[in-house]
Write a protein that binds this ligand. Sequence first.
Ligand SMILES: [Zn+2]
Length: 322
Amino acid sequence: MFELLKTDPSSKARLGRLTTTHGIIDTPVFMPVGTQGSVKALDPRELREMGTEILLGNTYHLSLRPGMDIIRAAGGLHQFINWPHPILTDSGGFQVFSLARIRKIKAHGVEFRSHLDGSLLFLGPREAMCGADSALREECAKTLVALGFDGYAIGGVSVGEPEPEIFKAIEVTEPFLPAHLPRYAMGLGTPAQLVELVARGIDMFDCVLPTRVARNGTAFTRTGAISIKAGAAKADFRTIEDGCECYACRHFGRAYLRHLLNVNEILGLRMVSVHNSHMYLKLMADIRAHIALGTFGEFRREFIGNYVPSRRVLLARANAER
Ligand SMILES: [Zn+2]
């Protein structure tokens, strides 16, 4: 199922290939998030053209709406959403954090109510895995490896933890994971964080950031995030990112996209979503090419050197160094 093709001499970065019944996935891979069976504002044709090999769906949300009976009657999720390629569905463990207002911690798991109809739901260790500190993560990793799964997910660091905590969670877990199986860091991160997580031995990523921030008019570039909605873009006729080959950058300038965002035209948020998703997928393709060539170390140094992190990330780094 998973072949480890090459490891990087300068870091723990790995080039791999995951073979599934619905298609082949080259790793490291970014998986656009289609929580409700759709990647927000993007259609399957666009996603394929950008190089999407696998989509993410969410069991919790899809089991509430439209319900498993409807998905089953459609012939499965692939048929229902017209995506014949691989899909990864996550357990719904994240919703216990994100819907924290309505949770109740019990001895063997977490009880919480549907945010839609109030029906009582339960997630225990059997249903979903979380871990919190280094010792628990080590114990958790060793126990799960002993059980012999086909791949391992590292979660519980995608609800706004500072960057140093994210890296630490990965660093303490990774040494206990078998080299010949894929590793998935759930719900992460910014472009620079993806580069650093690949360097720490992660193969698979999913994140809502590219489409979520796009809807607020923020675009990711290789030098950091920029606001397309801000006044600075008012008469800026450059594309979002020079050299980007996405549909938005091939056809529109920042000033027009800013105008669309400011008058709430759907095309504006769609085009920034196209650019951001394309940027993440192209970044992963470049990472794979550099690991294959043995030049990932130089690529990583250059990328991190050029990328200006957000104020929030800089603040977290400063606090960690104190
Ligand atoms: Zn673009």
